[in-house]
Design a protein around this ligand. Structure first.
Ligand code: SF4
Ligand code: MG
Length: 336
């Protein structure tokens, strides 16, 4: 299958007063057309930085980017700002956690939805307005013909998120990057927005990169899954496989710390001990080793000295043997 977005050995470093932050450290992944890749990790794992870099939205002054980002055959790491601008909002669009950062308070939502459409297609104002109404209808805004002239503050949080989705999809992008799009919303609205995204993906056929810290959301949305830790991918596979039988202690920890639907209330949740490492001075060897409860099972000091690598396809970057993983966690995860 042809991958629409292909990222190879991506390294993103920021220079700060305190030193160099290795925000992304050798990351590779692919996204196919019409499929959803979930990227999961705690904050600071590099998941948002990766996607800002794909869009060329990172701070160019203090950032070094190495590796390859190929979108629809075009190399983006070396692309000019002008070339990137042509892609953004057109071939690739993004939705964020907070619509207010993406929407201007000073213009009507209709104008803001129409703008990228007019810019990329050369449509007239009248056509732009008609398209905005069409998009508001698609994302389920009631009375779109009236609401098209309203300003963002006149919408509720969930409705604003719908407006942002309308704006992102107005040019029929091939790739939609959604960074924690439902995190700020209450559970009911969150479920509605996720359903909407799934329906729209059916209709538009776009590839989606769905970034979240929430494994519950990902199980609902993603076909494939990439688990990130300390700027690296530690596990990948189909979402169903990874969630059913994780192979990396970090993924296992995330799943064990998650409340289970229908689980009893006093069911003990086990949070992962410690906190994510500083990327100014990442741990040697396996970046997870200071927090990992399984290091003792690995022969010698490999976890502290030798960086485990992630293979292609279904794999985990961990020194444990397949049998050890089987004994330690596969049997402990209940079917979800
Ligand atoms: Fe834990 Fe070692 Fe595996 Fe890293 S390589 S996840 S420290 S067992
Ligand atoms: Mg983030």
């Amino acid at each position: 299958p042809e991958s629409f977005l292909s990222v190879r050995d991506l390294r993103v470093r920021f220079s700060t007063e305190d030193g160099i932050v290795k925000a992304v450290d050798g990351l590779s992944f692919d996204v196919e057309r019409g499929r959803t890749l979930g990227i999961v990790g705690e904050s600071g794992s590099g998941k948002s930085v990766t996607n800002l870099t794909v869009l060329g939205l990172h701070d160019r002054k203090n950032t070094t980017v190495e590796g390859e980002i190929v979108l629809d055959g075009k190399e983006l790491v070396t692309a000019t700002e002008k070339e990137l601008e042509k892609l953004r909002g057109n071939k690739v669009a993004m939705i964020f956690q907070d619509p207010l950062t993406a929407l201007s308070p000073y213009y009507t939502v209709g104008r803001q939805i129409a703008e990228p459409f007019m810019k990329h297609t050369g449509a007239s104002r009248k056509e732009g307005r008609a398209r905005a109404i069409e998009m508001l209808t698609k994302v389920g805004i009631p009375q779109p013909k009236t609401r098209v002239d309203d300003y963002p503050h006149q919408f509720s949080g969930g409705m604003r998120q719908r407006v942002m989705i309308a704006m992102a999809l107005v040019c029929d992008p091939d790739l939609l990057i959604a960074d924690e799009p439902t995190t700020a919303l209450d559970v009911t609205v969150q479920a509605q927005i996720l359903d909407l995204l799934k329906d729209l993906q059916q209709e538009f056929g776009s590839a989606i990169v769905f970034i979240t810290h929430d494994l519950g959301v990902i199980s609902d949305m993603a076909d494939d899954l990439l688990v990130m830790y300390a700027g690296r991918a530690v596990e990948r596979g189909s979402a169903a496989e990874v969630l059913r039988s994780p192979r990396h202690p970090y993924t296992w920890g995330l799943l064990s710390s998650m409340p289970r639907l229908g689980g009893s209330i006093d069911q003990a949740l086990t949070p992962i001990p410690g906190s994510p490492p500083s990327l100014l001075n990442p741990p040697s060897g396996c970046p997870f080793h200071p927090r990992c409860t399984f290091t003792g099972e690995v022969t010698g000091d490999r976890c502290g000295t030798e960086r485990p690598s992630l293979g292609e396809g279904r794999s985990a970057a961990c020194h444990l043997t397949a049998e050890q993983k089987q004994t330690f966690f596969i049997d402990k995860i209940q079917p979800r």
